[in-house]
Design a protein around this ligand. Structure first.
Ligand code: AOS
Ligand code: ZN
Ligand code: ZN
Ligand code: ZN
Length: 412
């Protein structure tokens, strides 16, 4: 790194000012190319809000179509080789055939997501339900998901619970905690060696008085009690307004219990908007913690998964945009001048330290990302490449159930 006296406080573009020597620039490029992101099957299908599902022409209607769309995102971005699936939304009879089909497309199954929130029986919860028969049903479903994970060579169960209550007094909160600990212990015991249970918390919705798995502390406690194959999953939309997400991430990283992310962005609640579209600086600060921790000797395995619901926006383009935002936040975090940051922190230089982060955040990393894509043999602009491909119109015609014909695609 060239030693330079501090420039005037007009900000330092970490790339334009050639502060990085060739070796550092190379290592950033290689890190960008290695950084993979898992896309969710449910992001390619018609989903929506509780008020309306707007159908998108050509939206994927089954797992094979979702895998085809996800494979296109991977071909265009080069960094999305895994696809999270959701059971029963993606249930199939022949998992060997699914595995082979995915492999033929150049992708593979990532996390398996059980669904404990849509059966009639789950009105008062699933793993926390007062009725042991309902808890049994819920446990059986997760055990089935573990079997499916084994069948598709997935090592990850990503478990979110909608369990909770809507009114004070509705149920005994501590009894619900005990039921949860008991049922999770049975699930955990069924994990294959090497398999991980990612415990995803969410502070509210669909329960509105309390949610049994409401915050990172509860997920942390449960994961610790279960054992080393249990980790905490941070869904970036699952916190009260104003929560300092980077601080939670730093704490969980330091405790070596952060298992992964469900990335999305929100203006108000769990809006499942495109990650980084509302709060790009917050996303960068999360990645700043991840990059800082990754330089420790035992860099933990963390799964970076997108979990969004594209209700009004074109699904595949929204997914590509999400990948670009994550890559941008990661690339900028790689550019943080850690030496200057440590010096400023040690000196108590509050704004000097802040400006070190700001310099990295305000560096335009698009040329670097484009170079990484070109070195991977990809179009430097995946969005333009997608729009030129005509894929949107093709699937709009090929998938009649989704009101074929013109994809209604802007600029198609
Ligand atoms: C729900 O809000 C959670 O984010 C879930 O993780 C996700 O929506 C999906 O249902 C996977 O289980
Ligand atoms: Zn989630
Ligand atoms: Zn969510
Ligand atoms: Zn979600």
């Amino acid at each position: 790194m060239k030693q330079e006296q501090d420039q005037p406080n007009v900000g330092r573009d970490r790339l334009a000012s050639e502060e990085l020597d060739a070796a550092e620039r190379r290592s950033v490029l290689e890190a960008i190319k290695r950084f993979t992101i898992e896309t969710p099957s449910w992001g390619y299908g018609d989903s929506g809000t509780r008020f309306k599902v707007f159908h998108w022409p050509g939206a994927a209607r089954n797992l094979r179509e979702k895998l085809a769309d996800a494979a296109l995102v991977h071909r265009l971005t080069g960094v999305c080789p895994r696809v999270a699936i959701h059971i029963p939304w993606d249930k199939e009879d022949d998992w060997e055939a699914v595995k082979a089909y995915a492999a033929g497309l150049g992708v593979r199954i990532g996390a398996v997501n059980p669904n404990l929130f849509q059966d009639e029986e789950y009105r008062f919860g699933s793993l926390c339900h007062p009725d042991p028969a309902v808890r049994r049903r819920a446990v059986q479903h997760v055990l089935e998901c573990i079997q499916i994970a084994r069948a598709v060579d997935s090592d990850t169960i990503s478990l979110w619970l909608a369990d909770g209550t809507n009114y004070p007094g509705q149920d005994d909160l501590r009894a619900r905690k005990h039921r949860l600990e008991e049922t999770l212990a049975e699930i955990y015991a069924a994990l294959a060696p090497g398999m991980r249970l990612l415990i995803e918390y969410k502070f509210f919705e669909p329960a509105f008085y309390h949610t049994d798995l409401a915050d990172w502390g509860m997920a942390y406690t449960l994961a610790r009690k279960l054992g080393p194959q249990a980790r905490v999953l941070v869904d970036t939309g699952h916190h009260p307004q104003g929560t300092n997400l980077a601080h939670i991430v730093a704490f969980l990283l330091d405790e070596e219990i952060l298992g992964g992310f469900h990335f999305n962005d929100r203006r108000y609640a769990d809006d499942d908007l495109i990650v980084g579209s509302q709060h790009p600086f917050e996303l960068f600060l999360v990645f700043n913690e991840l990059v800082a921790a990754a330089s420790q000797p035992q860099a933990p395995r963390i799964d970076y998964m997108i979990d969004q619901s594209h209700n009004i926006e074109p699904k595949i383009e929204a997914m590509i945009q999400s990948v670009l935002h994550i890559q941008s936040a990661y690339a900028r975090a790689l550019l943080v001048d850690r030496r200057r940051l440590a010096e400023a922190q040690a000196a108590g230089d509050v704004l000097g330290a802040y400006r070190v982060l700001r310099d990295a955040f305000e560096t335009d990393v698009r040329p670097l990302l484009a170079q990484a894509r070109e070195e991977m043999g990809l179009d430097p602009d995946p969005i333009a490449a997608f729009r030129r491909s005509g894929y949107a119109d093709e699937v709009a015609r090929a998938r009649p159930a989704s009101k074929g014909g013109a994809s209604g695609y802007p600029g198609a």
